[in-house]
Design a protein. Sequence first.
Length: 81
Amino acid sequence: TLLAKRQQYKSRRQYEHADKILKGLNQCGIYVNDKRKEWRGDGKNHFGRTYDNYVRRGGIPSIVATTTTTTSRNDDEYGSG
């Protein structure tokens, strides 16, 4: 198959040939995600990542997760005035 042939080219570091195959596959509506080792042929170029549920590694920083209110300094609090 073209996917196997492309993988052979990549393993031999013949990236120009692998990219030509990938371009041809993309024109036919077949998209490949090398990192996840998946492909799809329905013409959609996404692999399940939704940004609605996306959280960066390490979670949400506490400064972003909580809302804080700031108050202006009052001269009486700091002993001036």
